[in-house]
Design a protein around this ligand. Structure first.
Ligand code: NAP
Ligand code: ZN
Length: 352
């Protein structure tokens, strides 16, 4: 297979900073498109992967799965896109397309293993996939998204992960006008969850550890904020919510939140992956048919629906632009919850 080299930013091991490197991309196959990456969002998963928080990171690691750019080449059988169009790529670049999940447009749950945009097993080249902290990416067209023309392009990037990851559970659990939704954690995912839930007509509460984020949350559209460390505030929302989206990236006690679910309500984890130290207290679940669930990004069809919804309702994240050379500092700030509310890399900076 023919390949070419592009500049990228990645890390050779879990303990080293990200730095400039060269990676290989394949020449387009008949069904591929080649995208010049203009902007790439910075997800907490990028940090988890670069630092091997989940185990299993393959090095060198080039993160980035909130990708928008302009198409520079298309394969001979490509029908949805042409050179010069804008396109987006999220967390997935391929799946088997044959299993029950894929047939139901749930490629993220592909039984044969979907291919992550980074750290996935590359089906074309040997080794693993490299993400969006790079000049160009080549992706099969069925995993590329159309970008609504009216939206500010650099702010669209975070929709490709933070947007779809919060949209998918909102839709799956049927959030609509009047639903009572709570969001735990005001970061990249959390602030999109507030905006999208409001867009669907829900009444939205934020749970945060950070009193200094109260005004921001209200400005973002939240109807109320509960500081999760204040027990008296937690009491006031007992039994209230139909759905809670928990975006906290690290182990935390979820029992206090389960108690704030309404009868038949669901708390859906999208942040932490791993063992919980605090055991789940089952009486509120059994006595009130409450559920604790999880959710992973969203399928390609659903991602397009989310993008189109954001286009119609003009919903975009709050972003802070950075140069790629600032990425290590951005990770440190993300660990301190010091980001309002998503970093987006201007990929022109990689040309410097
Ligand atoms: P982020 O921007 O860093 O936001 C996380 C927020 O959680 C923080 O702003 C903070 O909000 C709260 N928080 C952080 N550390 C905490 C702790 N130790 N205890 C309690 N609260 C804490 O991260 P993100 O990019 O939104 O990602 C959130 C998580 O979702 C990450 O673990 C990421 O890997 C994961 N993720 C999952 C999927 C999926 O498909 N399921 C997709 C994308 C990302 P407050 O200051 O308001 O408390
Ligand atoms: Zn992500």
């Amino acid at each position: 297979m023919n390949t070419f080299n592009v500049k990228a930013y990645g890390t050779p091991s879990k303990d080293e900073d990200l730095n400039e490197m060269k990676i290989e991309r394949r020449e387009v196959t008949p069904t591929d498109i080649e995208i010049e990456i203009l902007y790439c969002g910075v997800c907490h998963s990028d940090l988890h992967t670069a630092r091997n928080d989940w185990g299993g990171t393959k090095y060198p690691s080039v993160p980035g799965h909130e990708i928008v750019g302009r198409i520079t080449k298309v394969g001979s059988e490509v029908t949805k896109f042409k050179v010069g169009d804008l396109a987006g790529v999220g967390c997935l670049v391929d799946s088997c397309k044959e299993c029950e999940s894929c047939k139901q447009d749930l490629e993220q749950y592909c039984s044969n293993g979907s291919t992550g945009t980074y750290n996935g097993a590359d089906k074309h080249l040997q080794g693993h996939t490299f993400g969006g902290y790079s000049e160009k990416i080549v992706v099969t067209e069925s995993f590329c998204l159309k970008i609504p023309e009216n939206l500010d392009l650099k702010a669209v990037a975070p929709l490709l992960c933070a947007g779809i990851t919060t949209w998918s559970p909102l839709k799956h659990w049927n959030v609509k006008e009047g639903s009572k939704v709570a969001v735990v954690g005001l970061g990249g995912l959390g602030h999109m969850a507030i905006k999208l839930a409001k867009g669907l007509g829900a009444e939205v509460t934020l749970f945060s550890r950070s009193p200094d984020k109260i005004q921001d949350a209200l400005d973002l559209g939240a109807d109320s904020v509960v500081i999760s460390t204040y027990e008296n505030e937690m009491e006031t929302v007992k039994g209230k919510f139909d759905l809670i989206i928990d975006t906290v990236p690290y182990d935390h006690d979820i029992n206090p939140y389960v108690g704030t679910l309404n009868i038949s309500g669901t708390l859906v984890l999208v942040g932490y992956i791993g063992k919980m130290e605090e055991p789940l207290f089952t009486p509120p679940m059994v006595l009130g048919r409450r559920s604790v669930a999880g959710s992973l990004i969203g399928g390609i069809k659903e991602t397009q629906e989310m993008l189109d919804f954001c286009g119609e309702h003009n919903i975009l994240p709050e972003i802070e632009m950075i140069n790629i050379q600032d990425i290590n500092n951005a990770y440190e700030r993300m660990l301190k919850s010091d980001v309002k509310y998503r970093f987006v890399i201007d990929m022109q900076s990689l040309k410097k």
